[in-house]
Write a protein of this length. Structure first.
Length: 405
């Protein structure tokens, strides 16, 4: 087996995910290239997601009561020192014959496998991976789990494929007066999952066939072969003096902007870029880049729709007839309405589903001629803000056409 020694850092399942999505991101991250500086809003969003994930993880643990945790229940495993402590604690708990372990962490040659819950009974192991996504039957989630199992098998733990599970939020669940954990979480057995979609990972069709063969034939030797081949490839890249040549693509921005986008996109114009053409497919954007077309104005007109041509021409297009009709239809009073919402993976309020948008604030500017009057509402979301917000709207006594911001 390979031994991972790049920058004396552990190779985690998050690193494995990075390599699947973009090998260049994995390289830059492990070589400690400077990521783009976070602004305040991005930092707050990351902090919110972090604590939401911890909360969701703790609720999942309640399905397996009386377990022992390798970390504090209000923290998460991130830095090398956290990983080292969790590895040691996992070994200690297994030696003590503890049947249920939360955040079990295993290591082999500096490669790390983390499981949200490990259940041991009569010498059998059941492994549970928790995801916060509502769909987990794509290649990214399945490969991540297979990577973990590869590490487990490499340290000599016997794997029963009937005892490998992935849990995730049930998007159809609505909270009652309290959380019903057995309804909040969906739990799928790995070998019963029908793989659908890539989940953003850069693998070919043959890889999908190999994954399906593994799941259908239930043969761990196929797992060993596939994952080992991936790790060898990543390891070779990491030991290179230069980063892999990876083309700019949808993986740079989906589901979020990559932390190294500023590095890989430094040659892309900030204004008038061909990558910002409205409704352009990524296959077309990549084609233009390969031809050296960086500016939208340089894209051949025959390759753009009428709407795209207007958007890239830098001219102002006015439909005066439509504008006049719109203005004529307006009443004397116009309400400019802006609504703010928040969402949580763990439902907080009654009749609230995972990731359901919860309105907690609004702003109204009433325009009467040239005069503006402002109304607003804001809740600190410590309690359910929905009823208060609706009552505030009703009590404002305002009725009329709205313009949504």
């Amino acid at each position: 087996m390979l031994q991972h020694k790049i920058n004396k850092k552990y190779f985690t399942d998050s690193d494995f995910n990075d390599g699947l999505v973009c090998e260049k991101k994995l390289y830059l991250n492990k070589k400690r290239y400077k990521a783009s500086p976070d602004n305040k809003i991005i930092s707050l969003n990351k902090e919110k997601l972090m604590y939401e994930n911890i909360e969701f993880n703790n609720e999942f643990h309640k399905l397996f009561p009386y377990g022992a945790n390798t970390i504090k229940s209000n923290s998460f495993i991130n830095e090398d020192q956290d990983i080292k402590k969790a590895i040691s604690k996992t070994k200690e708990l297994l030696n003590k014959k503890v049947e249920i372990i939360y955040n079990a962490v295993f290591e082999h040659s500096n490669f790390i496998a983390h499981f949200d819950v490990l259940v041991t009974k009569n010498g059998d192991y059941s492994f549970y991976k928790l995801a916060t996504a509502t769909k987990t039957n794509n290649a990214r989630h399945i490969l991540n789990l297979l990577y973990k199992l590869y590490i487990i098998k490499s340290i000599g733990i016997n794997i029963n494929l009937n005892n490998i599970f992935i849990a995730y939020p049930n998007k159809d669940y609505k909270k009652g007066t309290g959380l019903e954990l057995k309804l909040l979480f969906k739990i799928d057995r790995l070998i019963d999952i029908e793989i659908s979609g890539s989940g953003g990972v850069m693998i070919g069709d043959t890889a999908f066939d190999e994954i399906r063969d593994y799941l259908n034939n239930k043969k761990s030797n196929l797992l060993i072969k596939f994952i080992q081949k991936k790790l060898q490839h990543f390891h070779k890249n990491l030991n290179s003096n230069s980063s892999p040549k990876i083309q700019i693509g949808s993986h740079c921005t989906m589901p979020f902007d990559c932390t190294f986008k500023h590095y890989c996109w430094k040659h892309i114009p900030k204004k008038g870029s061909s990558l910002k053409i409205v409704r352009a497919k990524w296959s077309d954007k990549v084609k233009w880049l390969n031809k050296g077309i960086l500016y939208a104005a340089d894209v051949p007109q025959g390759e753009l729709s009428e709407r795209q041509l207007k958007a890239t021409s830098r001219k102002v297009f006015l439909d005066k007839v439509a504008i006049k009709k719109y203005l004529d239809d307006l009443s004397e009073k116009i309400y400019h309405f802006d609504l703010e919402t928040v969402q949580f993976v763990t439902p907080r309020y009654q009749d609230n589903a995972p990731y359901e948008q919860i309105p907690f604030a609004y702003s109204i500017h009433l325009q009467t001629g040239e005069e503006l009057t402002h109304y607003n509402f804001f809740s600190d979301i410590t309690g359910d803000p929905r009823e208060k917000l609706i009552k505030s709207l009703i009590n404002s006594g305002q009725v009329g056409p709205i313009s949504l911001s």
